[in-house]
Structures are given as C-alpha cells and as structure tokens.
Design a protein around this ligand. Structure first.
Ligand code: SF4
Length: 308
C-alpha cells in the first residue's frame, strides 16, 4: 500500500495539523483548558492516588494560583495565534473533564463554545466517567460543533492496567467505545509505550485492538518517570527500566503501520513535565524524538496503515 492522497501532507502518517487543514481549510489550534476538575481515580471514588505515573499537581495554571474562568483561559490562549488565520478547539485537558454533574459540564462547555472562532471541543476523560447523560450532552454539541472525546487507555492488557492503577479494565473501555459509537463524536485514545512488563508484541496487540475499533485518533507517548509520583519512586529504587529512544521510535513505527490510514495521529511524543522529569532524559527533546521516528519511517520506507 502506498501513501494515501487524502492526507495531503509530506509526512508518512496522518498528523493532526493536516487533518484540521483538510477538514476546515484553515489552521486549527487546540487551546488547553484547566476547568478545575479532579479525578475519581485520585479522590477515592474509584481509587486513591491515581495512576502511578500521574502528575497530581494539575496544569501549570492551577499550580500558579486561582484558576481563571474558561472564557479568560481561551482569550489568553488565542493571543499566541494569528486571529485571521485560525480556528480553535477548546481542549478540556486537566484530570477527568466529565467528572461533574451534567449541568455543571454544560455550563463549562457552553462558556467555551460561545467564544469567537471556537469551532468545537476536545474533552479528556476516563472510560468509567461517561454516563449516558454525559454522552447525550456531548452528542448534542456534535450536531453543531466538532467534538472529540479523548479516552485514556494506555494498554489493552488488564494486567498492565492493574499494575499502573488505572482503576478500570479493558472491558470498561470497550463498553465506553460502544456507547460513543454512532453519536457523531470523534474518539481519540491515549496509549503509553514502555509500560513495565509489556513486550513489543503486547504493544502491537494494543495497536491492532484499537485498529479494529471505531477510533478516530490516537495520542502516543513514552512512559515518563516523574518526581513526586509512585512511578518516580519506583524508578529511583531501580525497579523500573525505561525504554530507549531507539526502541520507542521502532515501536511507534510498528504501531503506525498497524493503524488505519484514516486514524489521526494527534501526538507521537510527550510534551511538558520538564521540571519534574526523572527519566527518560531523551524525552525532553521533542524535536529529536520526532526526528528519530521520521528516520525510522524513512529507513523502513513505510507508512501509517501499511500493515493494517
Ligand atoms: S485517569 Fe488521568 S487524571 Fe486520573 S489518575 Fe489517571 S492519569 Fe491522573
């Protein structure tokens, strides 16, 4: 299989920037919003302490004091971009962004969508935090706006989900995907590579599993050991080996080959956390990581979807 024409890009995968341009004919930026949510996997409703790698501090904005309202966060996010050339998607990013009564969610999402040039929402959440009334709310927006739901999964293996204390299993994820299907929503799934106890084949099985589901986008990053997290402590004690940059790039390319060519690649490496990153050190240089992945794609002369 060759490179699909519909990507209209110079890459060997369907990146988010190209997707936005093809779909809306202009540049689209995601504006990160911290609306003050918490997470049921941190506050005891599902589990205490959260996923073992989770930075419990929340966004930089939250760390710096009282959170501005959603409208103000959008206004300050927009300042970085050329107003005439851009549209925006309000990205409710920090912790679990459907973890509140539906009336409160509606007020927050409405506040984002009435802002000028905001064409849609992207809502980061957990598979066990999507009750029917929340899916109905999001599906209602999808009739008029461009809406993504971003679901953390990380691995298709329950033994891994247990180890990282996700607080849900794969069956719960699959049920959430089923409930979202056919509602006009775009689904993006988050996956982590380099998880303890996972073989290369496990990673490829996770990719194949997602390829067989109605998943429209994916975010991939390597496991990061952050100071102040349980994983960070385990790393300091020498209990957690970290993936090398070369192995990471090779596995990313394996995954890209297995995913459908229509699936939008929203992220190929992690961003941020520089202040508390313990390992792997190479993850600090995002450009270098991307270059390594691109070189591996070139070396294999391969594309996203080639082995799908
Ligand atoms: S689900 Fe997300 S926000 Fe909640 S503990 Fe895990 S990583 Fe943190």
């Amino acid at each position: 299989m060759g490179k699909p024409d519909f990507w209209k890009n110079s890459k060997r995968y369907y990146d988010l920037k190209s997707y936005w341009r093809n779909r809306f004919g202009c540049t689209v930026h995601k504006l990160q919003i911290d609306a003050g949510f918490t997470c049921p996997n941190r506050d005891g409703r599902v589990a205490m302490g959260g996923c073992i790698y989770c930075d419990g501090r929340g966004s930089k904005l939250r760390q710096s004091g009282a959170l501005p309202c959603v409208a103000d966060q959008i206004a300050s996010g927009k300042k970085y971009y050329k107003p005439s050339a851009s549209k925006f998607v309000a990205y409710f990013q920090t912790f679990t962004n459907t973890y509140a009564p539906v009336e409160k969610l509606k007020a927050l999402y409405d506040e984002a969508l009435v802002q000028e040039d905001v064409i849609g929402l992207s809502v980061g959440t957990r598979p066990d935090c999507l009750p029917p009334e929340v899916i109905d709310l999001l599906a209602g927006y999808a009739k008029k706006y461009h809406v993504w739901v971003e679901l953390g999964l990380q691995s298709a293996f329950d033994r891994t989900l247990d180890f990282i204390n996700r607080g849900h299993n794969f069956a719960q994820f699959a049920r959430a995907v089923e409930a979202l299907e056919g509602r006009g929503l775009n689904l993006c799934v988050h996956v982590i590579l380099g998880l303890p106890g996972e073989s290369d084949e496990d990673v490829r099985v996770t990719a194949k599993t997602l390829a067989a589901l109605p998943v429209n986008g994916i975010k991939i990053h390597s496991l990061l050991a952050l100071d102040g997290t349980k994983l960070g402590e385990m790393y300091k004690q020498g209990a957690i080996p970290m993936i090398t940059k070369e192995k990471y790039a090779s596995l990313v390319v394996d995954i890209l080959e297995l995913l459908p060519s229509e699936m939008v690649i929203q992220r190929l490496t992690a961003d941020g956390y520089r202040d508390i990153l313990l390992a792997p050190a190479w993850a600090k240089n995002k450009l270098d990581v991307l270059n390594t992945i691109h070189k591996e794609l070139d070396k294999r002369n391969t594309y996203q979807g080639r082995r799908c």
